[in-house]
Design a protein around this ligand. Sequence first.
Ligand code: ADP
Ligand code: TPW
Ligand code: MG
Length: 584
Amino acid sequence: MGTVEPQVATTNTTDAQSQVTDGFQLVIDALKLNGVDTIYGLPGIPITDLTRRAQAAGLRVLSFRHEQNAGYAASIAGFLTQKPGICLTVSAPGFLNGLNALAHATVNCFPMILISGSSEREIVDLQQGDYEEMDQLAIAKPVAKAAFRVLQAEDIGVGIARAIRAAVSGRPGGVYLDLPAKLFAQSIDAEAGRKTLIKVVDAAPRQLPAPDAVKRALDLLKSAKKPLIVLGKGAAYAQADADIRSLIEKTGIPYLPMSMAKGLLPDTHEQCASAARSFVLPEADVVMLIGARLNWLLSHGKGKTWGGRAHKDWGGQKFVQVDISPQEADSNVRIDAPVVGDIGSCISSFLNEIKSGWAKPPTEWLNAVNDKKTTNVAKMAETLAKNPLPMNFHSALNVVRDIVKAHPDAMLVNEGANALDFTRSIVDMYKPRKRIDVGTWGIMGVGMGYCVAAAVVTKQQVIAVEGDSAFGFSGMEVETICRYNLPVCIVIMNNNGVYKGTDVNPTGGPDVAPTVFVKGARYDKLIEAFGGVGVNATTPAELRKGMEDAIRSRKPTLINAVIDETAGTESGRITSLNPTAKKK
Ligand code: ADP
Ligand code: TPW
Ligand code: MG
């Protein structure tokens, strides 16, 4: 080896002296610059170091046991904060696990950004079989509001800025950001890198409604003899709580909160028409929708629910629709007065217009609504007072109802079929954005991810009312809840299965029916494995004590509430959507 090494510097002295930064750091810096403080994710190649360095940089990095739950956590954090929730996953399988939540965010109009590491473009595009090879950007596009890929470190700032704007502006939604492994390792001059970062200015600009649209809407509402306001989760998202309450109280119009709008005004408000839902929908003549779509949850604005004679018949109502999306109006029935703008701006325009006075709706209408309410509330009180053994949904939820009333700041997470429907109608909410549930798709599996985000974002006690089937979709995250020692009290309405536990296998074969689980399962034992508190409750008194202890101690708690396995109905309230039911 007699050659002499050339005497040249092996490192460029200028570079060695100047500071360099890399893709990892730029992603972290860009997120922090834009106020992101929490990442919901699951580590692995190529993002393990991103999670480590993000934590070192002071971000809260919450690790989940499955990306879907991290994604649901991010989506609901977006709903609660109006800032995009960030979910971070590995490539292909981790990305796909997160994708369900991305779709969920888009469908529910929640701002969220799914950031996934990915394999190298040049190998993916030639389909040469890279580690976890997948064209993730193409797959994310159909379920995302927007999707971007960053290939160069100097574009990270733009990539994150665009993702944030896309997620929160206009109608919020899920955004996918694809970051190939190679990007993280790219190094560039630190000062040059810093200059590429963008602090987004006015990410969700106000959108003022046109004055003539406001006038048209108010004129229509004024002409009504039986007006009704429907508040949807868009109204809850908008955080215009005081103005929404003023509008409702000043106009005196009865209102109906959709599931996640419950508590926007207290459910006990005298104008709340929830207990008279099946009366007010067909009876109303003008309906003002605020942040609520006329989708299946509102029977598409037509048919028997709305007083139509047959399945798709128009009920005769006229509609005002307040929504940020100009394309929403007329999606199901004619909207006579669309008002396009952000709800905060729209409501304040309405308030401004009615300053000079507003005639309350005719007393006959208000009395009719109140009479229906009084009758239905009395009926419900009678049912709730019963104390059957085994417990049924009513007697168990009567306890939850009391506990939520005593702790109105607690967050309520809710999923299941009967466990969902009964909770929605029995448990009153008193404050805005306290109830988070299965949303537009009626999706099972949001439960434990929602619990983690709700506890982390609000710092309040979380109560989760879960069907035993629903819980199973995300149950392993009880470890996450215990690991971060979150004040979460999970109540499982255990009726031994999906809808109920009594189906039988018609063949008499050894397999149980598809809807039936292990009888008498003890879900409370699950949380004990991780140091949490497990309670088996067979009576309302035991359930009450378990919940009170959980709230007092703020310890992760799981209560297995043993419910009569015959108590539920097929598909809960949406039995009518079963294909066989439709034929009838
Ligand atoms: P729900 O299920 O409670 O009926 P939906 O999810 O169907 O509610 O409807 C929410 C609606 O709210 C969407 O059409 C969305 O465009 C709208 N929306 C969301 N945020 C805002 C906002 N800040 N201003 C106006 N409309 C909004
Ligand atoms: C991701 C279909 C709707 S409700 C439900 C399923 C499986 C479970 C109902 O049983 P549970 O409630 O939770 O025990 P209860 O009180 O009636 O007994 N997969 C997904 N989402 C949905 N909606 C389903 C399946 C479904
Ligand atoms: Mg069940």
